[in-house]
Design a protein around this ligand. Structure first.
Ligand code: FMN
Length: 397
């Protein structure tokens, strides 16, 4: 995902420095070219060899190191960089950068960088709340740095409060949002539905399906990374909601219907990836569940058809994509759905195809539009999401 991208990680003298090793490793696994710059004080907390082993690149500490191929290293790295993240950023480094002091490799290189720069402050709460630090952060914001709000929690010094460096997964998401994709969906409002719904039978039991939400969450995440303003309306899922989106949790088909229809008018693109239960028990109470010969008999009624409602209320220029999960006649049934429900695109997947459907990390989808169909190979749900969005963006407008 980050192939061809150069990421500079700046590490300064904070106990949180060890967490940056996880970040460096995660970036490398996504094929980024990762270069770590450490302050001399940071080497008291974590050894440069750790970063060198994880990234395959020399970890730079000393501006005047003579042991390198000739080029002015801080300038050449600064020119290569697509994104810089200083994590952890000590109060000292924040102060230096805010006031133009470039007296080591980290501060010198960062000052020569023209790309996007993130600062993840990490320090004791009293230090973080000190007006000097807050003023310096404000100055850096004014120079175009993005300051990542520290987490609140138990700090290594024994205090509890603001100042904790956020977890590497969140720092990674800042980098991916900035760097992983072209921003071809900038400014578009996209609503995605995901997950199953749960239909209560009585106060204890419910009916649901095997959807985990993975496909819909991947779509929402890729839309966000491509610059869209994303609303994710999700049924119950074990997944962490993606960062930087508007997350709307729901339980029943009715709640999902209400949340989607309420927001639909403002959306440019709507993608229904949720596996909404088609039916729900009619009588939701223990007494009303009829029992015949020890067996439970449930009277069922249809739930609202969200896709059909969206198709019949489509705004001019709005793009509507639905998913269709079939066990047989996948293409024929999906094409019928496309016309009957007035949608622009159906992503069809068969529950019988290996590597497709609920739960797994891969999918095999066929993208069906009025003018034809394209079958994608088996790929990760994120890759499938990206290909689907390419097709939507070709047709949108
Ligand atoms: C155990 C220990 C933990 C520290 N943790 C932090 C910290 O989280 N944040 C911070 O700003 N300074 C912290 N400091 C103080 C800095 O290391 C010190 O201000 C140092 O001069 C920073 O140098 P640098 O900015 O060049 O890396 C810590 C010091 C020690 C001894």
């Amino acid at each position: 995902m980050l192939r061809g991208k150069t990421v500079l990680l700046g590490v300064s003298g904070s106990i949180a420095a060890y967490k940056t090793a996880y970040l460096a490793s995660a970036l490398k696994k996504l094929n980024a070219d990762v270069h770590v710059l450490m302050t001399k004080n940071a080497t008291n907390f974590i050894n440069p060899i750790t970063f060198e082993t994880l990234t395959g690149n020399k970890c730079l500490v000393d501006t005047f190191d003579r042991n390198f191929e000739f080029n002015v290293e801080h300038v050449s790295l600064a020119k290569q960089a697509d994104v810089v993240m200083i994590a952890p950023a000590s109060a000292n480094v924040i102060g230096k950068l805010a006031h133009g002091i470039a007296d080591d490799m980290l501060t010198t290189t960062v000052m020569a960088c023209k790309c996007r720069k993130f600062i993840a402050p990490a320090m004791n709460t009293n230090m973080f709340e000190n007006p000097v630090v807050q003023d310096n952060l404000e100055i850096l914001r004014g120079y175009g740095y993005e300051i990542i709000t520290p987490a609140v929690g138990y700090l290594a010094c024994g205090d509890t409060g603001a100042g904790k460096m956020p977890e590497p997964a969140l720092l990674l998401e800042y980098i991916l949002r900035d760097t992983a994709y072209e921003k071809d969906m900038e400014g578009l409002n996209v609503l995605v539905t995901a997950g199953p719904t749960q239909e209560p039978v009585d106060p204890v039991r419910y009916i649901t399906n095997h959807s985990t939400g993975k496909m819909g969450y991947a779509i929402a995440q890729v839309c966000m990374r491509r610059g869209a303003n994303v609303t994710l309306v999700s049924g119950p899922s074990m997944l962490e909601p993606p960062q930087f989106i508007d997350f709307v949790p729901v339980t029943t088909a009715k709640e999902m219907f209400n949340q989607v229809t309420e927001r639909s008018a403002d959306q440019n693109i709507i993608i229904k990836a949720a596996a909404v239960a088609d039916y729900r028990p009619k009588n939701i109470s223990s007494e009303k569940v009829k029992k015949k010969d020890g067996e439970m008999a449930l009277e069922m009624e249809r739930t609202d058809d969200i896709l059909a409602w969206l198709g019949s209320h489509k705004r001019p220029g709005q793009f509507l994509c639905g998913f269709s999960m079939e066990t047989e006649n996948v293409l024929e049934n999906s094409r019928k759905k496309l016309r009957k429900k007035n949608v622009d695109m159906i992503a069809a997947n068969s529950l019988k195809t290996e590597g497709a459907g609920f739960g797994g990390d891969t999918n095999v989808i066929t993208i069906i539009t009025e003018d034809g169909e394209v079958s994608l190979d088996k790929m990760t749900k994120e890759e499938a999401a990206s290909k689907l969005l390419d097709r939507i963006m070709e047709r949108y407008n």
